[in-house]
Design a binder for this molecule. Structure first.
Ligand code: THU
Length: 128
């Protein structure tokens, strides 16, 4: 799928963000090796630590449908240039496959990074 359309899906997912505590809305979308696409938002919790980031919501939706290899992942927030947190970078690593990391502000304004750029020297056992 074209990056612009993946960004649109992430923007739509952001609208479902459940973030009453931080009021920080994030949306994400992933395209998997077979071309299937999933999206997700951040989901917060009164106990704070159970909070799930948008990226992990999208990735876990894909993995729970049997998909394992992420080709593209988009992140978009209401702030500019929001990158995945450390936990999400490690989760991306688990299913990384020449993954493009797309940090978007709008359908016209985005940058594409390699996984190595955002998490060099990463840890993995690669048992997919
Ligand atoms: N958050 C994400 O969903 N993805 C990111 O890349 C950064 C942080 C969420 C977690 C929490 O709900 C809120 O943003 C504030 O940290």
């Amino acid at each position: 799928m074209e990056i612009k359309n993946l960004i649109k899906l992430a923007m739509e997912a952001k609208e479902n963000s459940y973030s009453p505590y931080s009021k920080f809305r994030v949306g994400s979308s992933v395209e998997m090796e077979d071309g299937s696409v999933y999206s997700g938002c951040n989901i917060e919790n009164a106990a704070y630590s159970p909070t799930n980031c948008a990226e992990r919501t999208a990735i876990f939706k894909a993995v729970s449908e049997g998909k394992r290899k992420i080709k593209k992942i988009v992140v978009i927030s209401d702030d500019k240039d929001v990158f995945p947190c450390g936990v999400c970078r490690q989760v991306i690593r688990e299913f990384e496959d020449d993954t493009k990391i797309i940090i978007a502000n709008s359908v016209e304004d985005y940058k594409v990074y390699s996984f190595e750029e955002i998490l060099p020297h990463s840890f993995s056992l690669d048992r997919r």
